[in-house]
Design a protein around this ligand. Structure first.
Ligand code: PHE
Length: 472
């Protein structure tokens, strides 16, 4: 069967934005920003998005469009080396790992949405009374498994319908809905008394904290940038592999990164004014991101019509999460379909069964959940992106530049050589540094020790690259 392609010009962009915009923006971004020095962190994060995220996105786009294959087949066919296929298989692992925890969080959100809707028509949702205790009671256990399966099923249904009729149509409906609902919530939040405190908290410019903590802030900033842009997993290789025509990849990458950051800021403009207007102290909520929804759910309990607003908010988050989870599922699905010539239906069913089980484990064991959602995903994404960039810089080389240039405008063409140079050198080096930080080694090695170790890691990766067969 001929491989599918996107049906429309905006289809690819919306699908990629849909992948990028997700829990990373709404659940994590406002929190990480507020915690690390407000808008001063935002500045560092933006630099990382522009300097690492966008070039990384471009690297994946170039690989995907050039090969027209899933990450495994792409790296193998473009290099002519089986060893690179094994490196590409990392993407399949990453997709499965991501989905195993994301589907559990998606399940929580789905549950809050269902409870809110039930609350609109019936009695108050259970989470109103004691949000913290309620969340603690439902987060892990048999019910969490049930909602994880429900969320995964929704994901699978969209992916089952295919690239055009499923992913493209789905994101074309979901993305505008997310932005409109979020904007409406932001406007409404601004009318709440005391909202100003929220803006001050989010947008305060605490340069001191950032400068003092710069070495340790770089790691979280890079981790957040990769996760939120869906870079390093092979998702963007997969999506770009369905590109038929010659579009400007640099233009698309810039649009995607801009929209993604915009939605993150928009989410912050909903979350913090609301928390402040309701007297919930964001600094007082323990455990960061996970508890943010506890805070919001509690806040909604205090306002008239709160259930309705809650239903709106959780609807947004459910849609945003779904448009990301489908992109995670599509990685292993495209791999199985391309490489084993299995019908999409069977591929989706098989991988659904696999993640149903792995997600059940994370939904039952908080410690496993924490490990997968934290360290494992950070390490997989960073390692993945290092591999993709080295591949672009050293294996594809000029070929990558040609692919980058095809369809690109004059300005983008001028930046091309610098992009290729960074992909082969500075970026993998920086990412090695951030990888070591994610592994918690910066505390032991100190800043300069970590830099030295990063040079060693990058050098080792480079040595393996000269003789790819020795890497596996
Ligand atoms: N970018 C998504 C989010 O912010 C998560 C994601 C990561 C999706 C990697 C696909 C691949 O929620």
């Amino acid at each position: 069967m001929a491989r599918e392609t996107w049906a429309t010009r905006v289809g690819f962009i919306l699908a990629a934005v849909g992948s990028a915009v997700g829990l990373g923006n709404i659940w994590r971004f406002p929190w990480v920003t507020a915690e690390n020095g407000g808008s001063a962190f935002l500045l560092v994060y933006l630099v990382v998005v522009v300097a690492v995220g966008v070039p990384g996105l471009l690297g994946e786009f170039v690989i995907g469009r050039r090969a027209g294959r899933n990450p495994v087949g792409a790296l193998r066919s473009l290099s002519g080396s089986r060893a690179w296929g094994v490196v590409g298989a990392l993407s399949v692992v990453t997709g499965l790992a991501l989905l195993s925890f994301y589907s559990v969080v998606g399940g929580w959100i789905l549950r809050y949405f269902v409870d809110s809707v039930a609350g609109v028509v019936g009695s108050q949702p259970a989470y109103f009374a004691d949000p913290g205790a309620h969340f603690g009671a439902i987060a892990f256990g048999p019910e969490a498994v049930g909602y994880h399966l429900a969320f995964l099923l929704l994901t699978a249904i969209i992916v089952l319908a295919g690239v055009r009729r499923g992913i493209e149509v789905g994101t074309m409906v979901m993305m505008p809905a997310v932005v409109l609902l979020l904007a409406a919530l932001a406007v409404w939040a601004s009318t709440r008394p005391g909202a100003g405190g929220g803006y001050a908290f989010l947008l305060r410019f605490d340069l001191d904290t950032v400068v003092r903590n710069l070495p340790s802030v770089l790691g979280p900033a890079a981790g957040q940038a990769l996760f939120t842009l869906s870079v390093g997993a092979g998702t963007m290789i997969t999506y770009a592999s369905y590109l038929g025509e010659d579009r400007s990849l640099p233009f698309d990458a810039t649009v995607i990164a801009t929209l993604n950051t915009g939605v993150g800021v928009l989410a912050g403009l909903v979350v913090f004014p609301l928390l402040f207007s309701l007297g919930v102290d964001p600094g007082g909520i323990e455990a960061g991101e996970g508890a943010l929804f506890v805070g919001l759910a509690g806040a909604f309990a205090q306002i008239p019509g709160g259930t309705l607003v809650a239903a709106g908010l959780f609807a947004v988050v459910t849609l945003a999460a779904l448009s990301s989870s489908i992109s995670m599922l599509e990685i292993p699905v495209s791999f199985v379909v391309d490489e084993f010539d299995v019908p999409r239906r069977r591929a989706v069913a098989g991988i659904f069964a696999l993640v149903a089980v792995s997600g059940t484990v994370t939904a039952l064991r908080p410690s496993i959940f924490g490990f997968v959602a934290g360290t494992l995903v950070d390490v997989l994404l960073t390692t993945g992106l290092i591999a993709f960039l080295l591949f672009v810089g050293w294996v594809l080389g000029r070929e990558a530049l040609a692919e980058y240039e095809s369809g690109a405008g004059a300005l983008a063409r001028r930046v091309g050589p610098a992009w290729l140079l960074a992909a082969g050198g500075a970026l993998p080096l920086f990412l090695s540094f951030s990888l070591l930080t994610s592994l918690g080694l910066q505390a032991q090695l100190g800043f300069w020790g970590t830099v030295a170790a990063a040079v060693a890691v990058a050098a080792a990766a480079f040595a393996g690259l000269r003789r790819p067969e020795s890497m596996v």
